[in-house]
Ligand binder design. Structure first.
Ligand code: C5P
Length: 309
């Protein structure tokens, strides 16, 4: 079951209007290996969808392609050219691939996931648009969606099915995993983090001369502990090879790391290339308590659960 399960016909009586929930992710583990000839780094990562969503509504229109952005995280996107937005690129790519003269769609994006924050916000929106338009247009070609997803970004393919998965290659070679549910607290310092900058900093400071690692060890260890012990044993195994570079690029994350730990999080780690940190909690009330303790020092916080799709 993938994101399509979140589809719901909006109660307008018009079949051509659809609403989709696009969940964010954290990386419980992110192992980074060698840089490849194409410039990307070889990864082994444990992706986990979480119950923090953007909401996307697709409406069939007579025109070409419209985008309307709203919601608490919309302001940043006002500076992004409409055609540069990943949701528009996704709509154009699929439309061209299936031979439509134009997409003929208005995309309403209610942005709740912070932008450029290591939570996959743009990628999940793009995947939701690919899935939504494929369903609306009767496109039944998972290989095509996978190919278009990869051309839009390294973690877009993960969001086509979401849930929990190990990502290899540049993040697009996926193996589904079943894990027990987790409770998490997120904190962001209100600074956008460029993924490319963080990888560049990582390569400059750690990449050269590093012994080649056997990628996947940390992912396997995390999966085994979560299955055996639940979140209690997992704190020490949260792992992110980009963390040091992310703290160099966005030092404003450092007080948030200390605050999450002081508030009682089981473990704290950077998600993706930052600048969002996540902490694990034992249950919902523990997560709520941690969030209430760190709220005043972070620009943005959230607590909720993992999504087992
Ligand atoms: O694919 P995506 O657009 O998310 O990647 C943004 C940037 O992050 C890439 O241009 C590259 O610099 C870096 N990256 C990388 N290795 C990966 C994924 C991303 O070096 N596996």
């Amino acid at each position: 079951m993938g994101l399509v399960a979140h589809w719901q016909a909006v109660n307008t009586g018009v079949e051509s209007v659809r609403a989709i929930l696009a969940p964010a992710k954290v990386n419980l583990v992110l192992e980074v290996g060698a840089q490849r000839p194409d410039g990307y780094h070889e990864l082994a990562t444990l992706f986990q969808s979480i119950s923090l969503y953007d909401r996307i509504t697709l409406c069939e229109i007579d025109g070409d392609l419209d985008l309307v952005v709203s919601g608490p995280q919309a302001a940043v996107l006002q500076h992004v050219e409409t055609e540069e937005n990943l949701v528009c690129r996704a709509a154009r790519l699929l439309s061209a691939a299936v031979g439509r003269p134009r997409p003929g769609v208005r995309i309403e994006l209610e942005k709740r996931v912070p932008v450029a924050a290591g939570l996959g916000g743009g990628s999940t929106d793009a995947a939701a648009v690919l899935l939504g338009l494929a369903q609306a247009w009767g496109v039944q070609d998972p290989g095509l969606l996978q190919e278009l997803a990869c051309s839009l970004g390294s973690d877009v393919a993960f969001f086509l099915s979401g849930g929990t998965a190990i990502g290899r290659g540049r993040g697009e070679l996926l193996t589904r995993v079943v894990l027990p549910p987790l409770w998490l607290v997120l904190a962001n310092p209100g600074r956008r983090s460029s993924t490319a900058d963080v990888y560049r900093t990582f390569s400059e400071h750690k990449g050269a001369g590093r012994p080649q690692k056997l990628l996947g060890w940390h992912c396997d260890a995390m999966i085994n502990v979560l299955r055996r012990e639940g979140p209690g044993g997992a704190g020490a195994l949260l792992h992110n090879d980009l963390a040091e570079a992310a703290y160099m690029v966005t030092p404003e994350m450092l007080p948030l790391r200390a605050a999450l730990a002081a508030a009682g999080a089981i473990g704290v780690q950077v998600s993706g290339s930052g600048a969002t940190l996540f902490g694990l909690a034992t249950d919902a009330s523990h997560a709520a308590e941690i969030e209430s303790r760190i709220r005043s020092i972070a620009a943005w916080t959230w607590w909720g659960s993992s999504l087992c799709l």
